[in-house]
Design a protein around this ligand. Sequence first.
Ligand code: NAD
Ligand code: UFG
Length: 335
Amino acid sequence: MAILITGGSGYIGSHTAVELIQAGYEVIIVDNLSNSKPEVCNRIKEITGIKPKFYELNLLNEAGLNQLFDNEVIESVIHFAGYKAVGESVDKPLAYYENNVTSTINLCKVMQAHQVNKLIFSSSATVYGQDGISPLVETLPLSATNPYGNSKVIIENILKDLSASNPKWQITSLRYFNPIGAHQSGLIGEEPSGIPNNLLPFITQVAIGKMVKLAVFGNDYDTPDGTGVRDYIHVLDLAKGHIAALNQLEEQKGYDVFNLGTGKGCSVLDIISTFELVNQVSVPYMVVERRPGDIAACYADTHKAEQVLGWQALYTLEDMCRDSWNWQKKNPDGY
Ligand code: NAD
Ligand code: UFG
């Protein structure tokens, strides 16, 4: 019996594949390589000694997905596949709704037809919208301010309705906060396409000389040093959270949702100074206007994941900064 990982050659999926293989699970990856490279599976093999079976397939191809489920004995699915760039989603809403929502519906239809009932879905802290006051707790109402975030809210609602329709379903949505870092081997990591939108990939590219300076988006927020505060979590902690959620699914009835974060807020300036200190490199920066759509602070209430999943994040900010830099140095041009 295997765990199917959709989007398994992507950033979070590949780290989760490594953790699952190392925990003794059989892993099958399905990915259309729209935002990842085939080399990822070789790297997973270099780390674990096992190359996961790989299907190059778009989840929008329902017939292809049916065939995959006919060929394999799948016990549960971890569903990472989707588009994730907030800005792009504003320009291409239909592509985002189709790729994220339609492909999830396809996946659930095929799972249902094959009596595969266990599903873990990659949601995001973005479903808390802009008005929530941190720490953000799972019971808050959901809202979104862009098509990407909206696609996550819609999918969460679909999964909740689906679970209510048949007690056989066991479905968990995991709301990730800000994943950063990489596997300590430096063999797998995050490979943003083009100019990075997110803070850590931008910092590593400044440190390696690909970008001249980091633009810090605003220092007049109501936070301790005026810069934006986020809950950065090591991607390996996040990966382990999926194993905890998978174990919990055995006992879980219906639908549930968990935050995966550290519960600690870090500012942009905290990240820059920690990165410079642990890696002994300099990250030149300048403060510019706030980025439209950004909020002052966003961090998780982690009690539910601790109590129900028995999981908590263990890596420090130092670990995250060191491992992000190690990945960048070893792979200056990506995979
Ligand atoms: P990623 O882009 O690295 O990985 C996603 C993978 O899915 C890619 O390999 C891509 O090729 C594949 N994919 C996309 N559409 C597909 C389709 N239709 N069929 C098959 N494969 C498809 O992204 P990631 O950072 O690993 O994120 C994984 C999931 O976690 C996404 O759903 C994302 O929205 C969610 N998430 C990410 C973050 C973050 O900051 N990275 C935060 C919160 C939530
Ligand atoms: N920032 C900068 N300069 C940059 C990039 C970011 O100052 O070049 C700041 C932002 O203003 C923010 C912080 O760094 O204060 C983090 O920004 P990111 O873009 O790295 O992350 P966000 O919190 O904005 O968003 C990310 C994902 C979303 C997801 C959210 C919560 O991009 O998709 O985390 O999981 F919804």
